[in-house]
Design a binder for this molecule. Structure first.
Ligand SMILES: [Zn+2]
Ligand SMILES: [Zn+2]
Ligand SMILES: [Zn+2]
Length: 361
């Protein structure tokens, strides 16, 4: 990233950041989202996103390398292949759901949300909620404490992580309106993410952020301003002479904690490092991992048990390119074919047979 000046810095070991590095590449995210909507084939994804073939190839290769998807022979077409989500990829879906939930709740200004989710297990429209694996109650940021886990500490900053792609604003929303995108627009900026993490770890003051992150004052000021405008943090004066301010998460900001711990959990589980941080649910007094449950029946959510209704018309690639089609049309205006397609081709892009898996730590 251009503004980064320090190279061989030590950074806090963080599973959230490791996960975010995977999902916050704009194209990777868009491709993944198509998988969760049921896509399996190269051409299918290419058509919807209008993405250059070489770009799509490289993102699919990267996802396969991270073992999030696997290339398998296409049962319907000789000598062709398709892609399926792996178990790791299916669990990443829970991260997406928690990002979606935050966007639905806070980033649409009361407008209808883009996707309506139906839980096949109970048959009802639902919200994905974050629950404690120990007591099954919903998690609130204020009820969680943490302590160092076996993987706590620092490592040299990887060179790659410093080069987060910026992309044009709104790029995440290409061809589909999306609550996940809106959430990622906030946290995918590397500095913004790191500042948020410090806030969740208890830092409040400008100097603390500066010292913890080794970030230049001008960059820090810009990011804090942006977060304040977005209603994620609020600024209050704690000293008059000289004037000094501290920053606290708002109620909305605290809700970002839920996608953050979901990313933490996924990173801990799948990225091969010992957990840097252990979470305790104060309400029940037990260590926990975050589960995503159905707001209606409280069962764990798994990818293929969710059906989607699009609350917007899907633009054809041509329309998407010229942005002629309004994308916030209500469900009833979307093409019946498109709706039928998603209802008859639900997200069941799974391989292997394990249907459900509870965290057992
Ligand atoms: Zn239900
Ligand atoms: Zn609990
Ligand atoms: Zn349910």
């Amino acid at each position: 990233m251009r503004e980064m000046t320090v190279n061989a810095r030590m950074i806090r070991n963080c599973s959230v950041e490791r996960t975010l590095t995977i999902v916050s590449d704009t194209w990777t995210f868009l491709v993944l989202r198509e998988f969760y909507l049921g896509a399996r084939r190269f051409d299918q994804i290419q058509r919807v996103l209008g993405v250059p073939r070489s770009t799509l190839s490289s993102r699919l290769a990267a996802l396969a390398e991270h073992d999030v998807i696997a290339k398998v022979p296409d049962p319907e077409r000789n000598n062709r292949h398709e892609y399926r989500l792996t178990e790791r990829g299916r669990e990443l879906y829970l991260v997406m759901l928690s990002l979606l939930r935050f966007g639905d709740r806070h980033l649409h200004g009361g407008a209808p949300v883009p996707l309506r989710l139906t839980h096949r297990t109970c048959g009802h429209v639902f919200q994905p909620e974050t629950a404690c694996s120990a007591c099954r109650a919903n998690i609130e940021a204020t009820e969680v404490t943490y302590r160092d886990g076996p993987g706590a500490g620092t490592s040299p900053a990887p060179v790659q992580a410093q080069r987060r792609r910026r992309g044009e604003p709104g790029a995440f929303e290409r061809s589909r309106p999306s609550s996940v995108s809106r959430t990622l627009e906030i946290i995918a900026d590397r500095w913004t993410f790191l500042i948020l993490r410090e806030l969740f770890l208890g830092s409040r003051r400008f100097d603390q952020f500066g010292a913890q992150l080794g970030v230049a004052s001008a960059i820090l000021a810009t990011r804090l301003n942006r977060l304040t405008k977005a209603g994620i943090i609020r600024r209050s004066k704690y000293q008059d002479l000289p004037e000094r301010f501290e920053y606290r998460l708002t109620t909305i900001g605290r809700d970002l904690y839920l996608p953050m711990i979901q990313m933490l959990h996924w990173g801990d589980r799948w990225l091969g490092h010992p957990a840097p941080m252990i979470l305790t649910h104060q309400t029940c007094g037990q260590d926990f991992v975050p589960q995503i449950v159905c707001s209606c029946c409280r069962e764990d959510i798994v990818a293929h048990d969710v059906r989607y209704d699009l609350n917007y018309a899907l633009a054809s690639p041509d329309d998407a390119a010229s942005a002629r089609t309004p994308q916030n049309t209500i469900l009833n205006n979307s093409s019946p074919n498109e709706r039928a397609k998603f209802e008859s081709n639900p997200a069941d892009p799974t391989i292997g047979s394990s249907r459900r898996r509870r965290a057992t730590r």
